[in-house]
Design a binder for this molecule. Structure first.
Ligand code: FE
Length: 148
């Protein structure tokens, strides 16, 4: 059977081939991709100082994405001004986009990007309606895409 050019070499490598451009895996690989601040927050669970990030005051319409892998995480539609100095949302874009882990502190959970497992911030139970949740995120863990 005649295969299209290139197809035979892909088939020859078997079912374990990664078709997608692979995600960084080691700290060294992440350091090449991220700024030192992004690395500290996303990969070492750091927190940026309040009122210093680029998005806590942002009121533009658009989508917030993961600074690590580009996954879509939050919509400006659920963003609210919390007064905390960190960008805050009452809901994620989708339950599929984030992961929540029990934290050592009472009343909060750690929030991670499901796709790259980057640390984004925390979720608290003192948010506004309709969910009563406050996703308190680090600006440096996010990117922003204007528009819908
Ligand atoms: Fe990510």
């Amino acid at each position: 059977m005649q295969l299209p050019l290139g197809a035979s070499s892909i088939l020859a490598r078997g079912p374990f081939i990664k078709m997608e451009k692979s995600m960084p895996e080691t700290d060294q690989e992440w350091k090449k991709k991220l700024t030192p601040e992004q690395f500290h927050i996303l990969r070492e669970k750091g927190t940026e100082p309040a009122f210093t990030g680029k998005y806590y005051k942002n009121k533009e319409k658009g989508t917030y994405v993961c600074a690590g892998c580009g996954a879509e995480l939050f919509s400006s539609d659920t963003k609210f001004y919390s007064g905390t100095g960190w960008p805050s949302f009452y809901a994620p874009l989708s339950e599929e986009s984030i992961e929540e882990k029990k934290d050592f502190s009472y009343g909060r959970k750690e929030v991670l990007c499901k796709k790259c497992q980057g640390h984004l911030g925390h979720v608290f139970n003192d948010g506004p309606k309709p969910t009563g949740l406050r996703y308190c995120m680090n600006s440096a863990a996010l990117g922003f895409r204007k528009g819908k």
